[in-house]
Design a protein around this ligand. Structure first.
Ligand code: ADQ
Length: 465
């Protein structure tokens, strides 16, 4: 089997003991261990000087981690700039938030070129290169321009927007040409795949051959042929079920249970990001208390939201907004012995989170747009099958395509989300069990191992032209 070379903006911590890292890191590591290979990307370190260094290499068994630092200018233009202030809002349908600047687009291209330059000497002719996420769309073309002929795949972890949204980006055609340099392009859902195919047809007059639901679509554009297909990312289901069972005995979970003194719990867990719909979620909980006052002093809402991308102005603004909103709602409803919203800006380990999920009667996952949303899947996997909680899930999360036995909501409709919370809190046990069992069947047959294997298998079959 060919060696796998994974390229992502950030490389997971090398110390596996510390792997609180998410599903992606676990999946990528499992794939790399199977075939041996390289994990290449940014070290996470920003250095003040401009000079380009050689990758730092660490070998762990058959696996090599190769990381590069970013200069301050590269970090500002590539990471904070084009990736997180242009592509991220654009791909999440927030056209009003996009920053358009030739300087950051240049910086994005420059860093992709620099990364490609440094990877080329590490590649062997038979390697397969698997590139992750919106930071690195031009990476494959940069490799090809340097003479690389290896099989190359790309996986997008965000949504792919409808063409009408994408064309708000100046030079959108160039970005899609860069994407078409890969042999395989993977998306989370058929909705994303269809948006991509629509763009190819409408904007490029390209040709699309639909090979059916599991076969993906063959794309003919820019003189190349590639396969585009949906590969819904997932979680390590069995492993998480096991962790959640034992997590109930952990000190943190016990403390959480004791603090509730018999009250019910609604939980939300998200990176602090404007795509996650947190202000609307807080307002929906407020609406629940206002419309169904029987829940006052009987239900608590725990929102865990560690800050991310703190150098980007929109993230500073959302953090402030949420502090104010939680303060106002708590001021309105709190009693001397009950605080309605417990809002925490910090992270927890996987085991602690698993215990929290299992303790919660409702998992509230209401992004305004999300590629997949692994928290929704984790919440379901952590439930006690004999007395499961209820998932309330945004229709705009990729996960809603598979987890259609959740209570599906429109996160913009605050009154409807409040009603769904009411329904979740009063749902009879047989219905809860039935919905949970249906979702677990999907999470068991389509776990993270399935995702990794089906992607790598499709890449092995490249080229498609
Ligand atoms: P994210 O936007 O980060 O991921 P998500 O899919 O929910 O969103 O993954 C977050 C991961 O981080 C989960 O595994 C979760 O348990 C963990 N996490 C979140 N908050 C945490 C906390 N406070 N403490 C500890 N762990 C926490 C991007 C895309 C998603 C896509 C994933 C994977 O935006 O749409 O599902 O990549 O492709």
């Amino acid at each position: 089997m060919s060696r796998l070379v994974v390229v992502s903006n950030r490389v997971a911590p090398i110390d596996e003991g510390k792997q609180a890292a998410g599903g992606l890191a676990v999946a990528v590591l499992a794939a790399l261990k199977k075939t041996g290979g390289i994990w290449f990307g940014w070290s996470g370190t920003v250095v003040e000087e401009e000079s380009q260094s050689e990758p730092r290499r660490t070998d762990v068994g058959r696996l090599t981690y190769a990381t590069l630092d970013l200069s301050r200018r590269d970090f500002e233009e590539y990471y904070n700039g084009f990736a997180n202030q242009t592509l991220w809002p654009l791909f999440h349908y927030r056209v009003g938030l996009i920053e358009v600047s030739r300087r950051t687009r240049e910086g994005y291209k420059r860093v992709n070129g620099y990364f490609a330059e440094k990877l080329v000497p590490l590649l062997s002719p038979d390697d397969m290169v698997w590139v992750h996420d919106y930071h690195l769309i031009p990476f494959g073309e940069e490799l090809r321009q340097r003479g690389c002929t290896q099989r190359m795949g790309f996986f997008l972890h965000t949504p792919f927007p409808a063409p009408e949204i994408l064309v708000a980006l100046p030079n959108h055609r160039e970005l899609i040409r860069e994407l078409c340099a890969y042999d395989l392009v993977g998306f989370h859902t058929h909705v994303d795949l269809r948006s991509f195919a629509d763009y190819i047809r409408q904007e490029l007059d390209g040709e699309v051959e639909d090979r059916g639901p599991e076969g993906g679509m063959l794309i003919h554009a820019f003189g190349r042929t590639l396969l585009a297909r949906a590969f819904p990312i997932s979680i390590d289901t069995e492993n998480l079920v096991g962790i959640a069972e034992t997590a109930m005995r952990s000190r943190h979970t016990q403390r959480l249970k004791e603090s509730l003194v018999g009250r019910r719990l609604i939980i939300g867990v998200d990176r602090l990001d404007y795509s996650k719909g947190l202000p609307q979620r807080f307002q929906a909980f407020e609406q629940l208390l206002a419309t169904y006052p029987e829940h006052c002093n009987r239900v608590s809402f725990l929102q865990v939201a560690p800050p991310s991308r703190e150098d980007v102005p929109e993230y500073i603004a959302i953090k402030r907004e949420l502090s104010e909103l939680s303060g106002r709602i708590n001021g309105r409803f709190a009693e001397f012995d009950w605080v309605p919203i417990r809002y925490l800006n910090k992270s927890f380990g996987r085991r602690v989170l698993a215990g929290f999920y299992r303790t919660a009667h409702v998992g509230l996952v209401t992004p305004l747009r999300d590629g997949m949303n692994l928290v929704a899947k984790e919440y379901v996997a952590c439930q006690d099958a004999d007395d499961p909680g209820v998932l309330v899930l945004s229709t705009f999360a990729g996960a809603a395509r598979e987890l259609d036995s959740a209570l599906i909501v429109n996160p913009f409709d605050i009154e409807a989300v409040a009603d769904a919370l009411q329904r979740a809190l009063t749902m009879p046990l047989p219905e809860r069990k039935e919905r949970h069992a249906a979702m677990m069947r999907i999470l068991r047959s389509h776990d993270i191992g399935w995702w990794r294997e089906s992607y790598v298998d499709a890449l092995t079959r490249a080229p498609y032209g």
